[in-house]
Design a binder for this molecule. Structure first.
Ligand SMILES: Cc1cc2nc3c(=O)[nH]c(=O)nc-3n(C[C@H](O)[C@H](O)[C@H](O)COP(=O)(O)OP(=O)(O)OC[C@H]3O[C@@H](n4cnc5c(N)ncnc54)[C@H](O)[C@@H]3O)c2cc1C
Length: 404
């Protein structure tokens, strides 16, 4: 029988992450945004609470969580602040290609020392370049084999936590002319000679997360730093994003739900024209629509994660969950500002920070247009196998459909 309830363990995990959020993130979200410093203390506390390195296996020093469990944590952290959630979840983004493409020996050698260190050690995912954003196969960062080493040259940008990471998962190519066919993914220790951290980006929101330029200048790494083989890079990137998009969607669910709660609390308290504003249908219906979006987004997200955990392909579902949940986050945060009137626009209240933070969710890890490209491609492909039952009749007889 289908069961939509969380297990005892899942409920406890969600509650633990919510408790962490209520204690360390929500009350400090404004200060964390304005500090302009990497939130090391939160990251360290999250590590100690078992809320980091979420799907690195336990024997390698991680938590060994499923993607479903990860979405519970991401929703709870996103409820507190999307910027902090981006910082904590970007670490998973960096380790996911490694977990997909590495051997047990590579995990033991390169990941275990980081994941099992009591001090939090982060990863950064380096795919995007100035010339290659949505078109990831257009990357120009070149990896050349030289004896028993790889030599890497190129520039990456927008690398979340790149300036503080210990290990970088770097997407490369052995021949930029060949597109996805010659893409590879290399693990690069961040302290390897030739890795140069560039400037930090200046953003409109999510300021508790940091993105930087990284230059790779004749960076030499051992031969076993490649994940799989040359040609596997694009597949590893796409498989990574199928998983991590469910996590970003979960951050969106958290933001969307928090917006409902803040708006409802305000509407229950604020009085105009002699009554609580929540009594006005114009406000009450907004609240109902906001809750509907959060609810739909949550189930789409959990379904996308569940499919991945069952080993089933979830490209369409994770792309659409990201669209639903991050659009819900943006719409709900905007409606929250509206319901709070002038107060929604003030920095004393959380709504405007939520609104700025939500915007980014629609852009990174593939814009929502790109999610629609992925999903619509699959919908068109699947339609070839679908019989809707419709038959064109002409003079009462079956006629060939004109498009067949
Ligand atoms: C804060 C932040 C954090 C990030 N973190 C990371 C990270 O950790 N690692 C990493 O590698 N990258 C990261 N990124 C990069 C991010 O994934 C890209 O910005 C994103 O994929 C879009 O690429 P782009 O910015 O180059 O936009 P472009 O690809 O240039 O797109 C510009 C516009 O064109 C649209 N567009 C492009 N192609 C199509 C199409 N085929 N159909 C319809 N519309 C299209 C896009 O949707 C967008 O609206 C981050 C970005 C930001 C802003």
């Amino acid at each position: 029988m289908v069961d939509f309830s969380l297990s005892k363990h899942e409920k406890e995990l969600f509650e633990k992450a919510m408790e962490f959020t209520r204690k360390y993130i929500t009350p400090n979200a404004r200060e964390l945004e304005e500090a302009n410093e990497f939130p090391w203390e939160i990251a360290q506390k999250a590590k100690e609470a078992g809320l980091m390195h979420l799907h690195i296996p336990k024997d390698i020093g991680g938590q060994g969580y499923t993607l479903f469990e990860e979405t519970l944590i991401a929703e709870a952290i996103g409820y507190g602040d999307a910027g902090v959630a981006t910082t904590l979840l970007a670490d998973n983004l960096a380790f996911t290609p490694i977990l997909i493409g590495s051997t047990q020996e590579q995990l033991e050698k390169y990941i275990k020392p980081l994941a099992s260190d009591p001090k939090v050690k982060l990863g950064a995912f380096c795919l995007t370049e100035r010339v290659a954003g949505s078109d990831a196969a257009a990357i120009k960062t070149v990896a050349e084999k030289d004896g028993d080493e790889w030599v890497i040259n190129g520039h990456k940008c927008f690398a979340t936590s790149g300036h503080v990471a210990s290990i970088l998962s770097v997407f490369t190519t052995t021949d930029p002319e060949q597109g996805y066919k010659t893409m590879a993914c290399h693990m690069v220790p961040a302290d390897a000679p030739g890795v140069k951290i560039g400037f930090l980006e200046n953003k409109m929101g999510q300021s508790a997360s940091f993105q930087c330029e990284i230059e790779f200048k004749d960076v030499r790494v051992p031969a076993d730093c490649i994940l799989g083989k040359v040609g596997d890079g694009f597949k590893i990137a796409m498989q990574t994003l199928d998983k991590t998009r469910a996590s970003i969607a979960a951050i969106g669910v958290g933001v969307a739900q928090r917006a409902v709660h803040e708006a409802a609390k305000f509407a229950n308290h604020r009085r105009q024209f002699g009554q609580k504003i929540g009594k006005f249908q114009g406000i009450a219906f907004l609240l109902a629509d906001m809750e509907a979006r959060a609810m739909a987004a949550r189930w789409a997200t959990r379904y996308a994660a569940w499919l991945a955990d069952k080993g089933m392909r979830n490209s369409k579902e994770s792309s659409l969950a990201k669209v639903l949940a991050t659009d819900a986050a943006m719409l709900n945060a905007t409606d929250c500002v509206q319901i709070m009137g002038g107060y929604g626009y003030l920095r004393e209240y959380p709504a405007e920070q939520m609104m700025r933070g939500a915007k980014l969710l629609q852009i990174y890890e593939g814009t929502n247009q790109i999610q629609r490209v992925v999903a619509s491609g699959l919908i068109l492909k699947e339609s070839k196998e679908i019989d809707t039952g419709f038959r064109l009749k002409y003079d009462g007889k079956d006629a060939p459909n004109p498009w067949e």
